[in-house]
Each structure stands twice: as C-alpha cells, then as structure tokens.
Design a binder for this molecule. Structure first.
Ligand SMILES: Nc1ncnc2c1ncn2[C@@H]1O[C@H](COP(=O)(O)OP(=O)(O)OP(=O)(O)O)[C@@H](O)[C@H]1O
Ligand SMILES: [Mg+2]
Length: 408
C-alpha cells in the first residue's frame, strides 16, 4: 500500500544517481581528450617541415601560372606517418594563401578513397564539395566530370584534388579511373592532384605519362623515431591533459613502444589516450607506466601461456622478479641492480638458490632475445647501466607466472 503514497519524483531513488556524480565536475586527468583523436589536426606538425616545404615547392606553379599549369604529386609512407594530416593541412593552407595572398581562386578537396571507391563517387564528392547545390542526379560519370571542368573554367577556379588511400580506388575501379581523371582535355589544366598511398606498388598500374610525372614528384614520409614521437605527443599535452597528470616518463614510454612498432604516430596517440582512460577509470589523477604497458598489451597482445611455460625454471623466476619489481614501482624501467635484488627475494620465496651474477645477466639477454623484456645500455653520469623494461602488463605477467610456477 505504502508505495502509492510516495511522491512520483522520488521514484527509483537510491539506485543509480551516483553514476551521474562526476558529470560536470572538473576532470582529474583529461582537459580535452578529443585533442588526441585521429581526426584532430594540430596547426603545426612537428618533424614534417621538410614535407610541407617540398609540397609548397611542387605546387608553386599553380599559384604562379593559375589555370595554365597543373601538378601531380605522390605521397608515400607506411601507416601513421602523417600523410593524411600533412595533406589536409597543406591543402587548406594552399587554398587560403592562394585566395588571400595571390588572388588566385583555388579550391581544395580531400577525398578518402577507402570510402569513395569508384570514379563516380569520387566525382560526386568533388562536385558536392565545389557546389553543394549542383544537380548531378541521373548524370553519367563522364557528364559529371565534364560539368566539373566546365564549372572551373567558367569561374576561373583551380582545384587541388587530394586522393587519399588512392590504392582503394585502383583496386575497385582499375587504373582507368586515374587515366580518366587526369587525361588532357578542356579544363584539365585547372586540376592538380595529390595521390596518397602506403606503397608505391600502385605506380605500376598507371598509364605511362602519369607514372613518369609521379616518378619525379614523389614525396616520402619516413617512419617516426621515438624522439620524434615524443615531440608529437608533448605538443598536445597542454591542451589534452590537466597539468602534472602525465609525466615525461609516460610520454617517452608510449613514444618508444610506438617507435618499435613501426614509427606510427596514431599508435603513440592511442596508447597515451587509452592509458589515460585507464587511469581515469581507476579514479587516479596520474597516468603510470603500468597503464601504458597494460593498454599496449591490450593492443599488441600478451605473452601466451605456452611461451611462458617454455621458459627454464630459473628464467621464469628472473622474469617474475622483473615483472614484480616493475609492477611495484611507478617507473617504466629498472636497473639491473633492482632486478637482481628482486630476483634474490623471489628465489628466497620459492626456496631456490639464486644463480650467480653472470648467469643472471645471461638470462636477461635471453629474455630480451625472446622478446619478453627490453634491455638497453644507458650512459648515465660516470658509468653505463643497463635498464630493463617490459612491453606487457607487468602485473599480468607476474600473475601468469605465479600460477604457472605453482602448477609445477
Ligand atoms: N608530425 C605530426 N605531428 C602531429 N601529429 C601527427 C604528426 N604525424 C601524424 N600525426 C597524427 O598521427 C595520427 C596519424 O596520422 P595520419 O592520419 O596523418 O597518418 P597516415 O600516414 O595518413 O596513416 P594511414 O596510412 O594509416 O592513413 C593523426 O592523429 C595525426 O594527427
Ligand atoms: Mg591516412
């Protein structure tokens, strides 16, 4: 009976309200996480000055002889090396500078060929970007192409067409698509191209004249080094994070893991974002090296049981010692001294005699060769020390090894 007398606005109270508690309160770690998202492009791209300069050099003819000379350039490089970011930044910059500084009417359109895989849909995207009200319904590919070129001629406008991930267009539509787009006809000299690809294999399927132009106009994007990735991450820290929540150590660790995985800036940003997410979900106000190891393990996998089970007993104990010491510290690296102390403690716990220093050291080299740990020499002050790190979740590895040793 009683429930009928409860005022309706008290319905369900006490169950889930606390889930709303944190909304609107200041966040402890992120200031603005969208700064780390793949589609965010900062106004300056560290370590891509050479590419920006080279692009300006290639495309200066478009500003100097508008409507008369066009250009074609190929940008190559593996995943996450800034091809799309540079292309988007450059094309919008070219458009702005052309109009403001040189009085040249120029439009740039970036088409993602992974989404627009046919010549028709590429042209559709170009057309609607040049004129959102253009009526293209019912027209053929050829007609739309002609309408675009005529429109450019009539308005005295130049176009920079960026075909990102152009391989997909070739895969789905064959090389004819590029031939059609680039062939010489009325208005064609108003259209310049930037092709973006992960491999140069697609050059082979181009017609002779386009290929020979691109052979001279190739711009390569090398993989980023760990130091370069560090700069790329550091640039975004003030906007993305509450100050003090992300240490240099954490940034360096994400940079190094992403560098060893191929120099991929997208991975470096994702690692940092995910690690910070993990810390935030834990209610902490600092991101730790263990956060980075764990999320890297989530992305790249953890050593499987079989791999761990194949280790000799003393090797398993050495690895357990390193994993425990890393999990307990808030650093990304251990000195060999720390590792050896932890090893002594582990041996005592399991009632075995620790191996001598040299044998322990050799065991570390083996663990490194097997990929369980990283070990590198650092020159510090007066001497050289070897520092040891782990790419997997240290606490995860420790737990797996403990249960493995127990079952033995
Ligand atoms: N030099 C740089 N400075 C700042 N951010 C960068 C830089 N290079 C890449 N990034 C960022 O890294 C991420 C990946 O870059 P981008 O998308 O340009 O790579 P990509 O070479 O096009 O890779 P894919 O071949 O996978 O498309 C983006 O979030 C981008 O903003
Ligand atoms: Mg890209």
């Amino acid at each position: 009976m009683l429930k009928y007398f409860l005022p309706p606005n008290r319905m369900g109270e006490g169950g889930y309200e606390h889930l709303f508690d944190s909304i609107g309160l200041s966040r402890k770690i992120f200031r603005d996480e969208t700064v780390l998202f793949p589609d965010f492009i900062p106004p300056y791209l560290p370590h891509r000055d050479a590419q920006m300069r080279q692009l300006i050099d290639y495309f200066r003819v478009v500003l100097e002889s508008p409507g008369k000379v066009s250009q074609k350039v190929l940008c190559e490089g593996r995943v996450g090396v800034g091809k799309t970011a540079v292309a988007k930044l450059f094309s919008s910059l070219l458009e702005r500078e052309a109009n403001l500084r040189f009085g040249v009417k120029l439009k740039s359109v970036v088409v993602d060929c992974r989404k627009e895989r046919t010549l028709f849909s590429v042209l559709q995207a170009v057309s609607s970007s040049l004129d959102p009200y253009a009526q293209i319904k019912g027209f053929s590919t050829r007609d739309i192409h002609k309408m675009i070129l005529e429109g450019l001629e009539a308005t005295g406008t130049s176009l920079l067409l960026v075909l990102d991930e152009v391989d997909y267009l070739l895969l789905s539509s064959g090389s004819d698509a590029i031939y059609e787009l680039t062939r010489d006809e009325k208005g064609a000299s108003r259209v310049s191209f930037m092709f973006i690809s992960r491999s140069s294999a697609f050059m082979n399927s181009l017609d002779e004249s386009t290929r020979s132009t691109l052979l001279h106009n190739r711009l390569s994007f090398p993989a980023y080094s760990s130091l370069e990735l560090r700069d790329i991450l550091t640039q975004r820290l003030p906007q993305a994070f509450v100050s003090g929540s992300v240490s240099d150590e954490v940034v360096g660790q994400a940079a190094e893991l992403a560098a060893s995985a191929g120099g991929d800036a997208r991975l470096a940003l994702e690692l940092l974002w995910r690690a910070a997410k993990r810390a935030e979900e834990d209610g902490r106000d600092r991101v730790t090296p263990e956060d980075v190891r764990v999320v890297y393990g989530d992305i790249e996998g953890v050593p499987n049981e079989e791999e761990l089970a194949s280790l000799q007993p003393h090797m398993a104990l050495s690895l357990l010692a390193i994993a425990r010491a890393l999990a307990a510290s808030d650093r990304d690296r251990l000195t060999t001294g720390d590792a050896e102390r932890s090893y002594a403690a582990v041996c005592e716990e399991y009632g075995v005699t620790p191996r001598a220093h040299t044998a322990f050291w050799e065991g570390l080299q083996e663990l490194r060769d097997l990929g369980f740990i990283s070990a590198e020499v650092r020159v510090e002050g007066k001497g050289r020390t070897t520092v040891i790190g782990m790419n997997y979740s240290a606490s995860g590895v420790a737990k797996a090894l403990e249960s493995l040793i127990k079952s033995r």
